[in-house]
Design a protein around this ligand. Structure first.
Ligand SMILES: Cc1cc2nc3c(=O)[nH]c(=O)nc-3n(C[C@H](O)[C@H](O)[C@H](O)COP(=O)(O)O)c2cc1C
Length: 188
């Protein structure tokens, strides 16, 4: 069982990072092999709409996405984690997602079979405010991303009202819930 965690916050040891670590710890507790990508430390250009992917399923831009496509395709579980930035995902994470258009093209344009039956995904998000619709747009984005890469949106953990770096530690349930999410999604 390979679990890929995608950490979308630029703040290392911030709330998203700690939540994702909790989930990956839970996955490890089930014997999963885990890997964490810190998107902010990677060189991922935004999609430029060159549309090379429509002809052969590959992006024409050469950067760290080259190594990420196989990871997205080979993971049994993908966990996407992000803070809310203006009611959306961070731009670093959104760039990774937009560049996955190459995998969307393989599936929907070139009609290739992605190696994906039974793969699961989870979304972990945190924001400072308590707005009821805080996560709505991002949930749509992550669901559509998962669909493009052949992953079922299986679990989510959405935490409101946490702002300061590491403030998540004081939350009554979040880190425990993250551990449980990771542990349950890594079970077959
Ligand atoms: C650029 C920026 C935009 C933000 N926009 C929102 C927002 O729209 N809604 C919200 O609830 N919090 C917003 N926040 C607050 C963060 O989501 C919050 O501080 C979160 O806990 C940060 O998580 P992190 O430590 O993982 O980076 C924003 C923060 C930044 C820096």
């Amino acid at each position: 069982m390979r679990v890929l965690g995608i950490m979308g916050s630029p703040r290392i040891k911030g709330n998203t990072d700690l939540l994702l670590d909790g989930a990956l710890k839970g996955a490890r507790s089930q014997g999963a092999e885990v890997e964490k990508l810190i998107v902010d430390k990677l060189n991922i250009a935004p999609c430029r709409e060159y549309y090379g992917c429509l002809s052969d399923g590959n992006c024409v831009i050469r950067d760290d996405m080259d190594g990420i496509y196989p990871k997205l395709l080979n993971a049994d579980v993908v966990i996407v984690a992000s803070p809310m930035f203006f009611y959306g995902l961070t731009s670093q994470l959104k760039a990774l997602i937009d560049r996955s258009q190459a995998l969307w093209a393989r599936k929907y344009v070139l009609k290739q079979n992605l190696p994906c039956e039974g793969r699961k995904g989870a979304f972990i998000a945190v924001g400072a405010t308590k707005g009821q619709k805080l996560f709505d747009g991002s949930i749509f984005t992550v669901k559509y991303f998962f669909q493009a890469i052949g992953v079922e949106y299986a679990e989510e953990l959405l935490i409101r009202g946490v702002d300061k770096k590491g403030g998540i530690i004081k939350h009554p349930t979040a880190l425990k819930d993250a551990f449980e999410l990771g542990s349950s999604i890594a079970q077959r």
